[in-house]
Design a protein around this ligand. Structure first.
Ligand SMILES: [Zn+2]
Length: 270
């Protein structure tokens, strides 16, 4: 599943490809994904037409297309993050398509297409700046050890804490395993038990892991809006039973609620 690094790479690509373009037409074949205006594909499409993209940003695992009139199109990814921009019509009708025209380079037509597995939510709303304070963004430089420590005051396990969008935005099941391994912290360690230096280590591991994934263009299997493949290789998540890249002992796998957690029982003691 795509997380904040893939959303960041997608937002940067879209920013270069469609900023300055105007929406000429829009269509969505998955009204169940539209949360605003709720499940109304016709109103959603009508609301977009005529608006010009003034910029593209990321918020947690979501991508925000800002328009010149103060509105925004916010989308979250489904199983994949395939959002492509091309000049041609999509070969088959995707989950959602925006036809764009009148760009800064002389009006070349562009087609922004979401794969039918690429969308979890799609909302047309007023743009508002991110709130000060929690939830913190995992890729934000201000999310340091003391900022995390201020939120981690319960006995919640660290993996659940990192994935809880009331605290931190942008981390899912996959990257949380990589981050906790990097920080040498057990996924079920109660958040409230961490010492200040362990929070600092966790924040550093989070930044290092997610920034490496952004620099690699997202994880393997992901395609950016230019069609370039991601190169970030997960070393821990879904590698249960294989040797730990640090100590060589077998990685352990816990399965709970259909979700897999992988970690090293030697490097990450409870
Ligand atoms: Zn190990």
């Amino acid at each position: 599943m795509p997380e904040s690094p893939e959303a960041e790479v997608c937002a940067r690509g879209l920013s270069r490809l469609i900023t300055g373009y105007r929406v000429a037409e829009a269509r969505c074949t998955q009204p169940g994904r539209i949360v605003s205006p709720a499940r109304d594909a016709a109103a959603w499409a009508d609301g977009l037409v005529g608006r010009t993209v003034s910029g593209v940003a990321r918020r947690g695992k979501r991508v925000v297309l800002r328009f010149d009139d103060g509105s925004a199109l916010v989308f979250g990814f489904g199983l994949r993050a395939e959002v492509t921009v091309g000049a041609a019509e999509p070969e088959d009708l995707h989950g959602a398509v925006l036809w764009l025209s009148g760009g800064p380079d002389g009006g070349v037509r562009r087609v922004l297409a979401f794969d039918k597995l690429a969308l979890s939510t799609l909302a047309l709303e007023r743009w508002a700046p991110p709130p000060e304070g929690p939830p913190l963004d995992a890729l934000d430089r201000r999310t340091d050890g003391s900022a995390l420590a201020a939120l981690g005051r319960s006995r919640t396990g660290l993996k659940a804490f990192l994935m809880d969008e009331r605290f931190v935005l942008g981390i899912g099941n996959g990257y949380s395993d990589e981050i906790l391994w990097e920080a040498r912290l057990h996924p079920r360690r109660p958040a409230v038990s961490l010492l200040p230096e362990e929070w600092a280590r966790l924040a550093q591991a989070m930044r290092r892991t997610l920034q490496a994934a952004v620099a690699a263009g997202g994880e393997i299997g992901f395609l950016d809006p230019f069609g370039a493949p991601g190169r970030f290789e997960r070393r821990i998540h879904h590698h249960g039973g294989e040797p730990c890249p640090r100590c060589g002992q077998p990685l352990a796998a816990l399965v709970s609620g259909g979700r897999e957690t992988d970690f090293c029982p030697v490097c990450q003691v409870l």
